[in-house]
Design a binder for this molecule. Structure first.
Ligand code: NAD
Length: 380
């Protein structure tokens, strides 16, 4: 569908997910770069790509249009910066950078170079989240009074669970909030069109010491991996926490994030309540949207292109009952991103999450951390 070509940096959980989604769109993925030659080669063979790059410099020299950055967080800033300077468009995994100084620099650099720059807040692209946004815009919900919810997982429940994310140097000073909380914050702001203006946070590290297996651990692999030897390691990032929120229209809200909630695999939930009706959605049952009413029976909308608004319909590619899920959100997010590049109209309003959105999330994270440290409300 697109004449554009891409390269993938990072070959863990996200690298193959990006590759598969791009292929479904007809984007040619030329090659992949892992942490070393062996990882690049292994991924190249597994994914059937033309090239296993041997260095980041080699990727930049290659004749590709878009670079997808799917490495650990600490590498995003330098890689995105170098890619923009080399004239590539960049689709970066979240979080965009390690602090707001870096992310604001990237926003400016994207403007200066005129390259298209997106951050992969893919959860926006579940069709029913787009439908929820449409309902807010159509004033079906009325003035929004409250936005509450949670994002909870169980893959870091035990002190023996380990991944680079638990280290502040690798993932950033905030972990559960930055890794999954920002997905929720980005999503509810995208749906409601509201901005968070103040936060009050109480965060908690359940395991101040974790056991680190010798060797690297790919994301989520800890649950199925035999661990032979471990080292004790001090943890400064939070496992869970609560955040009170104020929005720019006066609405109130709250978010609970946790990576230590048994049985919740990857569960994002929100409930948006307004003057006319309410909306609720759960990422573990993403093909249903709950619509709450005061004066008539509530409804459950099943994802079916025929039941979606015409503007949302293109983002649901399978008939009702043929469930769409996590991999489809990457396809739809990348479609919005590549369409924007292909249309060559930099004045058009981007339909994908931009570097500005990524920067905004990091500013929010810094306010959340400050609020937790100072024990008080912090304005964003
Ligand atoms: N949008 C989403 O739903 C979603 C989901 C998971 C992860 N993520 C984000 O994606 C990023 C990667 O997470 P992951 O879960 O795939 O991690 P991962 O550990 O599974 O994979 C990271 C990969 O990067 C490679 N790598 C490390 N240093 C490198 C370097 N210098 N050059 C090239 N490759 C290098 C690693 O070897 C590994 O292959 C993170 O920023 C994370 O926040 C987003």
């Amino acid at each position: 569908m697109f004449k554009l070509t891409a390269a993938i940096i990072g070959a863990g959980f996200m690298g193959p997910v990006h590759t598969e989604a791009l292929r479904r769109l007809g984007v040619r993925v030329k090659g992949i770069l892992g942490v070393d030659a062996a990882e690049s080669r292994k991924a190249q063979i597994a994914l059937g790509l033309d090239r296993a790059y041997s260095s980041f410099a080699e990727v930049l020299e290659d004749d590709i249009d878009v670079l997808h950055i799917t490495t650990p967080n600490r590498l995003h800033y330098a890689m995105a910066k170098a890619a923009l300077q080399a004239g590539k468009h960049v689709l970066c995994e979240k979080p965009l950078a390690m602090n707001s100084q870096q992310s604001s620099e990237l926003v400016e650099l994207a403007k200066k170079t005129g390259r298209v720059a997106g951050v992969n807040y893919n959860i926006r692209f579940y069709p029913l989240n787009l439908q929820a946004r449409h309902k807010v815009q159509a004033d079906d919900i009325g003035e929004i009074y409250s936005v509450v919810g949670s994002y909870v997982q169980d893959w870091l429940l035990y002190p023996t669970d380990y991944n680079w994310r638990v280290l502040a140097d690798e993932g950033g000073s905030l972990r559960a909030v930055a890794d999954i909380g920002t997905h929720w914050l980005d999503l509810v702001q995208a749906i409601t069109g509201l901005q968070v203006t103040a936060v009050c946070a109480d965060l908690k590290t359940i395991h101040p010491v974790r056991l680190r297996p010798r060797g690297e651990v790919e994301t989520f692999s800890g649950k199925v991996r035999e661990v032979a030897a471990t080292d004790k390691i001090d943890i400064r990032t939070e496992d869970c926490g609560a955040i009170l929120l104020r929005f720019d229209n006066g609405a109130s809200g709250s978010l609970w994030v946790s990576q230590t909630t048994a049985g919740r695999k990857n569960c994002l939930r929100y409930e948006i309540a307004g003057a006319k009706s309410a909306l609720s959605w759960n990422s573990e049952e993403p093909n249903e949207l709950w619509l709450g009413y005061r004066d008539k029976p509530n409804e459950r909308l099943l994802r079916d292109p025929g039941l979606l608004d015409v503007a949302v319909r293109p983002f649901a590619n399978y008939p009702g009952g043929h469930n769409e899920g996590f991999p489809d959100t990457f396809k739809q997010c990348f479609r919005a991103f590549y369409s924007y590049i292909a249309n060559e109209d930099m004045n058009a309003v981007p339909q994908f999450p931009t570097f500005e959105d990524g920067h905004h999330e990091i500013v929010l994270c810094e306010a959340i951390l400050k609020s937790h440290q100072q024990g008080k409300w912090i304005k964003v």
